[in-house]
Each structure stands twice: as C-alpha cells, then as structure tokens.
Design a protein around this ligand. Structure first.
Ligand code: ADP
Ligand code: MG
Length: 677
C-alpha cells in the first residue's frame, strides 16, 4: 500500500464507503491516516447506578426490566427502557434505533455506557452503547480512538480502516530535518502516527500528539516563509493616489469614525499609495467596525480606476455587504455586482461578461468569485472578510487573478498579537482595538432552563418595542439533519410560547442557499421578528435592530464562539441583551459561562477559556472560529507553535530549498491545507 493510493485499496472500503469518506475530504491512504481522533474513550469498570452523576459518561452493568417503549416525535423514533442493579434503577433513551425492541431482552444483564443527563428532573442515560459483558471487559483501560464522523460512517468502520492502513504501511513521510527533530526531542513520525490512533497509554499518546502538532505548525510556518519569499517586495502595478471621495464618504456616515478606525485607515492608505503591494491583515473584535474600512478601501481603488473585489465565506454575508455597498457608494456612481453560488448560470455568465469588460467596479461574492471563469479587466485590490474561514489556497487563487493586486484581509479571530505575528507571518497587521463609543454595553445573563418563560416574555416585550431577537438552538453533533429537526421543533414550541402574532422563522445549515438568503433578508428588513437558528448566523451578520441573543444549551459551545454569537447584537443604538441558557448543573459549566458575563473582550475570553480548560485538556471544546489545524490548537499549543516557527526561521535558505526539492508535492500539500491562515 502506498501513501498516494486511493483508499479503496483497503479491505472493506467499497464504492459506497469511499463516497462517504470523500465527504470528509478523505481520498487517499495519506488522508486517511491523517484523519486523527478527536478524542479517546477510556473504558472503566461499571459503577453502581446509585453513584451516577449528571453530566458525565458512565458505565453500568444492569438488567432490563419491563419492556422497551417506542414513541414518535415528528420523524424521530424514541425508545425508552428502565434498568436496575442492586443499588438502584435508571431510565435509558435511544433515538432512531427501533430495532432495539427486538434485540434487547428483558431480564438480561448488559453493560450500558453513555452520558448521564437530567430530563424533567430525573437522571437518564441518553443513547447508551450496549455491550455483552465479556466483550466489554476486553476493552477495559484501553484508549479507544473517537473519530470525527459524517452521516453514514461509523466509528467502527473508520477505526478498522485506519488499523488496516497502518498495518500495511511501514513508513510515513517525514519533512522535518533530523537536527530539528533531535533538538525538540520529537518522536519518530511513523511511530507517532501509529501511537496517536492506537496509543499504548496516555503518556505515549501525548508524545505522539506533540510530534504531529509540531509537524503541522512546522509545515505551516514553512508555507508562510515560502509565500513571503515569493511575493517579497514586489513593485505594484496598482499604485494609487488619495482621492477626495473617501473623505466625502467618511463625512456621509451617520457617526464619527473611532480613533482606531482612522488609524487603520491611514495604514491602509499608506500601503495602497506606495510603490509596493499591500499585504495587510486588519484584526478587530466583533462590532469594531471593520466593514467601513473595507468600503473605504474599495472606493479608493475604484476612484483610481481599478476594479476591486470582496470575498466572504457565506452567501448571507455577501448579500449583506452588497446591500451596504449599494447604500453607501450609490452617490459616487460606482458599479457593483454580486457573485454567489445560487445565481443562475445565465446570471453568472452575464456577471462574468461585465467584469471582464470593466462594466463593474466592485465585485462582492463568495467562493464563486475565485472560479476560473472569472476574468478581471483590472483587479487592483482584493479584500477577504472573516479571513479565518478561508484556506491559503483560496486566497492564493484570488491573488493570482490579474497581476498581484493589493490584498487586505479582515478577521475577528481573537488571537494575541504574539501569535498573530506568527500565524499571519506573511502579512502586516493593523488592529482595530476600540469599539464605537456610542455603543451601550450588552447586558448579559447566564440562566438555568427554568428561566425560559421569563426569557420569552422578555423577547415579547422587545418585539413589542419594535426590536428583533435571535434564538440559537443547541448544537447537535450527531448530524446536520438532527440539528435541522431540532431547529424546526424549537420554532414550533416558540410559536406557542411567544405572544400571538410575533413572526418567527428558522434558519439551518440544511436549507438551500436561496431559502437561507430569503429568511436572512426578511430578518434584515424587519419582516421577521424572531429568528431561530443554528450557528449559521455566527459570522459577520449585521442587523442593528436586533437586540436579543438567546443561546440554548450555551454550555455546549466554545466561549469564543459564544462571543461571536453575542457580537450579532449590540450593533446599533439600542440597549442589547444576551441570554445564555445553561442546561447543566455542573459547576464548571457555570463558571465558564460566567466569563462571558464578566467581559466583552474577545482576547480576554479566549485566554480565560484556555486557563479554565487547562492545557491538559487537549481535546476539549474546539474553538470553532479559530483556525482549524488537523490536530493542533493555536491556543493550547501556543508554545509548540512558537517553537516550530523558530525552527523554520533558523533554517538556511538551502535547507528550505532541499525540503521542497525532496518533497515535490509538499508545496501543493501546504497550500491545500483547509482553514488555515
Ligand atoms: P465588524 O467589525 O464586526 O465587521 P461592522 O463593520 O459590521 O463590525 O460594524 C458593526 C456596526 O457598527 C455596523 O452597524 C456599523 O454601521 C457600525 N459602526 C461602524 N463604525 C462605527 C462608528 N465609528 N460609530 C458607530 N457605529 C459604527
Ligand atoms: Mg464583519
């Protein structure tokens, strides 16, 4: 078996399984063995039912008494059963596993393992795994990998496939020069890969993980060095000059720019009006007002006779930016066009034509923008918003359009400056470190589920005042489908719970882009008062009239993500409120959420979250919204990141050259890393 072989060389992976793996981006043996566990299960001895506590995973050995009952809620089939041991009894619940009614026998002892939660005041184990005693005891004290999955793929299949691949492979490609590996006392890479999937014990797994994290950071830093050297100090073809329209635009805003905004605008202008290309990152917390900086830059480029584009990660956001651009730039006779995936082929073709002929000046869009078909007449500036959602490659593709346009990237990811300098090593950095003054600070509260009726009354009141609200439904890890059903169910409940006549709509990841846009647009126009949603509203959306953000099951989200969600309100002149509903009695959960109560500062929150999780908790809640490496976490692994960056910096040019020469596909590999940079 070779690294580059397609995964169907592995026994048991047929056409169907191959397709499912593809959904996770796994095509080759290499992709497969680099599909690392997201955590491990450690199987412990069963405990007496009387000792179960809420919020943790437990194993019990118990006998089923009475029969299993089946209930249907919408298209969810819910099975309930009751089991006991000598110390007590507990209810068990399974979803969509109706066959259990046939396979589980009353009066028989089984081992059940699952998370204990509280429902309607009593403890239940939800979706417990079921084992025969003898099978379970074989698993004791072994770290079992838990893999990221997708619909149609079980942990068992992934585990088996990886085990196969590893047993057939005798070495893994190693990119790290020997002297570096030695200096940092890194485990051999082949061994590390094997150990991380099937660790001998915890300490060996930690060493293996260290090696693989180091590798990721090393390659990443190498990529940056490579990028930077390639575009170092290129004279630009798009040198600009100051234009009076920009000040006119600033004067037309209904507010004064903050000092931070003015400072960053100066920095951008200086770049654009110099002889060299701009490569700048604008960092600023949610709500700091980055969009106007983008708009000013676009206007400057256009008034210098160039085209400019703005790329965003979601269609909803693209449309929103499109609207604000139309509003603000109408007075300057600028032609703007939208380019998104949901447009018809004809509409796209027309847009391409107009772009090519320079009939449009500004192009706003999603990835469709960077499709090959788009040819620009004279692209002088490229802006990407919510940068952390894009890969290096996507940005490269956009940059290579036309001859090296100026590049401005904007991100709200709260990373400390020291890390930002490494992670965005090829860019200059500007920070918008001030929120607009007129903002009333958001009022926060962390509440239990019994507070819900009050929250609903509160939303009613805000809606009666003409305001709007978001309600974020719990994350469902199992599948997007279940998450969608959840949102729909919740919306139904809410229709009963809120005052009659309040317009409620929902938004989830499974909806078609057009449906999503439609809902978002109506919410933005104020036609919808309450929007029930998954975290799809998390990035960038701006509806200043919305004043309530209620997050269900807040304890399940990362703090940085909750902070992003909170950033959806408090964007206008009205007092805004955030209600975090905590559906857990665990003290840690409340403590963690309380951090949001204490601070509105993204950096501080990320830091506190890290401190609470502790660096030992390496597989804790992933901060969605921060960069996603396969294994590394920029917060918890910050020290390794610094070390790897140092190591790359210390390499001689010829050593770097040699790494690339010996690994002809490395460049491609580095550039195709998802979600990094
Ligand atoms: P973000 O930095 O999160 O992208 P936005 O650019 O979307 O933030 O700005 C958030 C809101 O603040 C918008 O409604 C915008 O019009 C408003 N805004 C931007 N700058 C200022 C300012 N200097 N004073 C008051 N409001 C501002
Ligand atoms: Mg924004």
């Amino acid at each position: 078996m070779k690294y580059s072989d397609r995964i169907n060389v592995i026994k048991g992976i047929g056409e169907k399984t191959e397709k499912v793996f593809q959904k996770l981006g796994i095509e080759t043996v290499q992709d497969l063995i680099e599909h690392y566990p997201r955590g491990y299960e450690e199987f412990q001895k069963p405990v007496p039912i009387a000792e179960l506590r809420e919020g943790e995973t437990f194993t019990i050995e118990a006998v089923l008494f009475g029969s299993l009952t089946l209930r249907r809620v919408r298209n969810l089939k819910i099975i309930n059963g009751k089991v006991k041991d000598s110390s007590g009894s507990i209810n068990l619940t399974w979803f969509n596993m109706p066959f259990l009614q046939k396979t589980l026998r009353t009066g028989t002892y089984y081992i059940f393992r699952g998370k204990v939660i509280r429902k309607n005041g009593v403890l239940v184990i939800e979706q417990p795994a079921i084992y025969q005693k003898q099978d379970y005891y074989k698993l004791l004290n072994i770290l079992q990998p838990i893999y990221p999955l997708t619909e149609g793929l079980t942990n068992g299949v992934v585990t088996k496939s990886i085990r196969q691949a590893l047993s057939d492979l005798d070495f893994a490609k190693d990119y790290i020069p020997k002297k570096v590996a030695k200096e940092f006392m890194l485990m051999d890479r082949t061994k590390a890969i094997k150990e991380v999937h099937f660790p001998k014990d915890r300490s060996s797994m930690m060493k293996a993980r260290k090696r693989l994290v180091f590798d990721e950071f090393f390659l990443y830093s190498l990529a940056l060095r490579h990028l930077k050297e390639q575009k170092a100090k290129l004279k630009t073809k798009y040198r600009m000059e100051e234009r009076p329209e920009c000040n006119r635009l600033i004067n037309s805003f209904p507010y004064k720019l903050t000092k931070a905004q003015l400072r960053v605008w100066q920095e951008i202008k200086k770049d654009l009006c110099s002889n060299y290309g701009m490569n700048r990152l604008v960092q600023g917390d949610v709500g700091s007002g980055k969009t106007v900086l983008a708009i000013l830059s676009l206007l400057l480029a256009v008034k210098n006779g160039y085209q400019a584009s703005m790329m965003v990660p979601t269609e909803v956001l693209a449309k929103q930016h499109y609207r604000s651009l139309m509003d603000m730039l109408d007075q300057f006779g600028v032609n703007i066009c939208l380019l998104v995936g949901s447009m018809t082929a004809k509409e796209k073709r027309e847009a391409y034509e107009r772009i090519k002929n320079h009939e449009v000046d500004i192009i706003v869009g999603t990835h469709a923008l960077i499709q090959e078909k788009v040819e620009y007449a004279s692209l002088g500036l490229v802006i990407t918003d919510e940068q952390h959602r894009f890969g290096v490659k996507q940005r490269e593709a956009l940059m290579s359009k036309g001859g090296q346009p100026h590049v401005l990237v904007m991100s709200a990811t709260p990373i400390p400056r020291t890390l930002a300098i490494i992670l965005y090593g090829d860019l200059d950095i500007s920070i918008v470190d001030e929120l607009p003054a007129m903002r009333l600070p958001i009022k926060n509260c962390v509440v239990g589920t019994n507070y819900r009726p009050n929250a609903y009354r509160f939303i009613d009141k805000q809606v009666a005042l003409g305001r709007q609200a978001y309600v974020i439904c719990p994350m469902v890890e199992e599948s997007e489908q279940m998450e969608a059903e959840n949102v729909i169910d919740y919306t139904e409940t809410l229709k009963e719970a809120l005052a009659p006549g309040v317009t409620i709509e929902y938004l989830h990841g499974k909806m078609k882009p057009k449906e999503k846009n439609d809902v978002m647009e109506r919410f933005a126009n104020g036609e919808i008062s309450v929007l029930v949603s998954t975290t799809v509203v998390e990035v960038g959306v701006n509806v200043p009239n919305a004043t309530v953000m209620m997050v269900e099951n807040a304890q399940r989200f990362g703090l940085a993500q909750l902070h992003q969600l909170r950033g959806r309100v408090g964007r206008g002149e009205y007092q805004s409120y955030c209600i975090f509903v905590c559906d857990s009695n665990s003290k840690e959960a409340w403590e963690r959420l309380d951090i949001l109560n204490k601070s509105n500062d993204g950096f501080f929150i990320a830091g506190e979250d890290l401190r609470l999780r502790g660096p030992g908790d390496i597989f804790g809640i992933r901060q969605s919204g921060s960069m996603e490496f396969k294994m590394a976490d920029i917060f918890t692994d910050a020290e390794l990141l610094k070390a790897a960056a140092e190591a790359v910096k210390s390499l001689q040019d010829n050593e770097v050259y040699r790494i690339f020469e010996e690994n002809p596909y490395l460049e491609e590999k580095i550039l195709s890393q998802k979600n990094t940079l």
